[in-house]
Design a protein around this ligand. Structure first.
Ligand code: PGU
Length: 461
């Protein structure tokens, strides 16, 4: 039997602990006493000033606390458990058909058929991933004729989708730029903070969203990026900002690039929605290309979860644009070194799908058409939701911000209590920051959603 007494109070003297031992009539060889720092992950039972962590006939994992549900993926779990017919899952950013069913793109099915016919093997990939994938993914992002590609200045490594690619970059920053800060927009995709926290990269926020205008706080953004320590990493959403759906204009992007250059910062793009914002792959990459054209060194994480619907295949990449091909080769070698003890080498299936679709002119064109269809369906529900809200809401509130936002999401401005009402009363599942995924909405459900939003907005404070 082992009893461990952890003292939460720095004032617990050795005499007090001895006294406790004696009172418990246990041989000292069986009792361990120690002083510990408070650990947020350890559950302790507190009695007065002395905290006891008992390990008697109980699991060795007794001290492991229950983690809270994930703010985005946890919404899907709660949705599944709801038995109401009217329930609607607008939490996760995943595309659904008008029938609210998951969608596998036709080009993906065609690529998979080809792969099956070729009976390709399942050997390990190199650490950096599938060469054919790495080639097309950088070309898709920067443009095939971009000189940075021809000059071998881009280090591209296949990653476990957007998240895994961001994580490789975060570890790289921690290792090679110790103490450097990453600036992230306020608000941002919820997992960004987790990624940098777990990689021990310090971060702070720059202003992005202005609730008064329901638009971009451009002045706040500029002054916060200006004020950051020189040489900081500035995390930017390449297009379709998550969760706000508000992107800078081309002129604003130029100004952002000016400040980043002036302050010697390093731009770090997260591109999770290329093609999904405007329906055009090139237009959605214009922010990244603008920075690359200035000759800047940049980091870009890519994801094929949304634009090719490859959510579960975990396919994406990290690209590091360097000033010289020599630096790119060294950076790539270090990214591989980070990947190797994490997951050794990446999965092949999604990489082959992307290589087949992007690398084949016929499939590539078909993909563009399918993406336009998906982006178009989202635009249609966006319009219908706006129309329904405007027709039903007699308060005179201006809902036009919904039309100004782009991409999969709409940032409704509903607060936490109001989103609770959306879920508890209306069975509409969404994230607590007021974001709804329009990709999970159908034309048929717009009126119902409008009723839910109007009720929550006006009747719940
Ligand atoms: N970056 C941004 C800005 C994202 O919105 C997402 C996904 C990712 C990266 C990572 O996606 P991968 O699937 O790893 O490529 N955000 C979605 C999906 C759910 C989630 O949180 O992972 C969302 O609903 O916000």
């Amino acid at each position: 039997m082992v009893i461990s007494l952890a003292s939460a109070s720095p004032s617990a003297s050795p005499a007090m602990l001895e006294n406790l031992k004696a009172q418990m009539k246990l041989g000292s060889s069986h009792v361990m006493f120690r002083k510990e720092k408070a650990n947020p992950f350890i559950k302790t039972q507190s009695s007065g000033r002395i905290t006891m962590a008992l390990a008697v006939n109980v699991s060795r994992f007794e001290g492991v606390t229950m983690a809270p549900p994930d703010p985005i993926l946890g919404v899907s779990e709660a949705f599944k458990a709801d038995t109401n017919d009217m329930k609607l899952n607008l939490g996760v950013g995943a595309y659904r058909t008008e029938e609210l069913q998951p969608y596998v793109l036709n080009v993906v099915k065609k690529a998979e058929n080809r792969m099956l016919e070729r009976r390709e093997n399942k050997e390990y990939l190199p650490i950096e991933g599938l060469a054919a994938f790495n080639k097309v993914t950088a070309e898709l992002l920067f443009g095939a004729d971009n000189p940075i590609i021809q000059q071998g200045r881009v280090a591209t490594v296949q990653g476990l989708s957007g998240t895994g690619s961001l994580r490789l970059a975060a570890v790289f920053i921690e290792r090679y730029f110790p103490g450097a800060k990453v600036l992230i927009s306020s608000p941002t995709w919820g997992n960004h903070k987790n990624i940098f926290n777990d990689s021990r990269v310090p971060w702070s926020e720059y202003r992005y969203y202005d609730p008064k205008t329901v638009g971009l706080d451009f002045d706040g953004l500029i002054s916060d990026i200006k004020a950051a320590p020189e040489g900081s990493f500035v995390l930017l959403h390449g297009c379709a900002h998550n969760p706000t759906g508000i992107d800078p204009t081309p002129e604003q992007w130029e100004k952002i690039a000016d400040i980043i250059q002036e302050r010697n910062h390093i731009p770090f793009f997260d591109v999770a929605y290329q093609g999904f914002a405007s329906g055009s792959l090139d237009a959605d990459a214009s922010s990244v290309r603008l920075f690359a054209a200035r000759g800047l060194e940049i980091l870009v994480a890519q994801s094929y979860s949304k634009n090719l619907g490859l959510y579960a295949e975990r396919i994406g990449a990290i690209n590091v644009v360097c000033s010289t091909s020599d630096a790119a080769a060294r950076v790539k070698s270090q990214l591989k070194r980070i990947a190797r003890p994490m997951y050794s080498n990446p999965p092949i299936h999604g990489a082959r799908i992307v290589a087949n679709v992007v690398g084949d002119p016929a499939l590539f064109n078909e993909w563009k058409e399918e993406m336009e269809l998906m982006a178009g369906r989202i635009k249609n529900v966006r319009q219908k939701l706006f129309d329904s809200l405007s027709a039903k809401d007699k308060s005179g509130k201006d809902w036009s911000f919904i039309l100004k936002q782009i991409g999969m999401f709409s940032f409704t401005g509903l607060n936490k209590t109001q989103t609770d009402n959306m879920t508890d009363k209306w069975h509409v599942y969404m994230t607590k920051d007021g974001r709804i995924s329009l990709a999970g909405l159908s034309l048929a459900k717009c009126e119902y959603l409008a009723d839910a939003i109007i009720d929550s907005f006006h009747n719940v404070s």
